[in-house]
Ligand binder design. Structure first.
Ligand code: ATP
Length: 233
């Protein structure tokens, strides 16, 4: 469904991604793991059109994405939940969620989406009138995920959702990811928590210094070998 072929991208004159290729099948969870600075976030930003690719192609259901502005991606069914959550602290939980309803929904549809988001994250319903800046880290991550769901995306691109969260909250988060996959959504997940990411994934890509160095079904991953590769330079 998403095909990334020989993509190069970077910042200014510095190239970060070197001929990166990935196939992300529909309805599956693909995880991209790798050490700090490997280029995982850069790859996600390139898929979303935030960072332009200087070479290679990215297609969504066969349609080339080059030149598509980032703000058109939700309209194509693709949403990114960025690292650091990027929620609006002075707005309430519900106001933050309603921002995610752009651009697809009419009012009635937004209401349905909101109900779905609250069903997925019941704690957010309880706190819907609360300023988002007063939430715990785990709740703030729920807001970021729920806001991403408000446009009912087919593809969710999620960057480091577990960052800074307590283990028990991380467990909840991964249960939610599994449920989102069960709903038939296609997920690209970047995670530092390698064990958990491999546990929920269908396909695993390991990146190092801007290159894909391993690509295999999660069921075939040997964690010990992965660990060795992870730290090899
Ligand atoms: P982490 O796990 O630490 O988030 P990552 O694999 O996601 O790492 P990136 O954030 O993609 O890695 O960073 C890859 C490289 O690109 C790093 O060397 C980083 O310093 C550099 N980089 C990231 N953002 C920018 C930017 N806006 N301008 C210049 N260089 C950048």
């Amino acid at each position: 469904m998403i095909e990334i072929r020989d993509v190069r991208a970077g910042y200014g004159s510095i190239n970060i991604l070197w001929d990166v290729s990935l196939s992300v099948p529909k309805g599956k969870l693909t995880t991209i793991i790798g050490p700090n600075g490997a280029g995982k976030t850069t790859l996600l930003r390139t898929i979303m059109g935030i960072v332009p690719a200087s070479a290679g192609t990215i297609t969504l259901d066969g349609q080339a994405l080059a030149g598509t502005p980032t703000w058109d991606m939700p309209g194509l069914g693709m949403v990114m939940i960025p690292e650091g959550r990027m929620i609006f602290k002075d707005m309430t939980v519900e106001e933050n969620l309603m921002l995610g309803a752009f651009p697809r929904s009419k009012r009635a549809e937004a209401k349905t989406r909101l109900e779905h988001a609250y069903a997925m994250f019941p704690r957010l319903r309880e706190r819907r009138k609360q300023a988002a800046g007063t939430l715990s880290g785990g709740e703030a991550q729920m807001v970021a995920m729920a806001r991403g769901l408000m446009s009912d995306p087919r593809v969710l691109i999620i960057d480091e959702p577990s960052l800074g969260l307590a283990p028990v909250i991380v467990n909840e988060l991964f249960q939610t990811l599994a449920r989102l996959k069960d709903e038939g959504r296609t997920i690209i997940l970047v995670e530092q928590s390698t064990h958990r990411a491999v546990g929920v994934a269908d396909q695993v890509y390991l990146m190092q210094t801007g290159r894909v160095v391993l690509d295999m079904p999660a069921s075939e991953v040997d964690m010990e070998r992965l660990h060795d590769l992870y730290f090899a330079h």
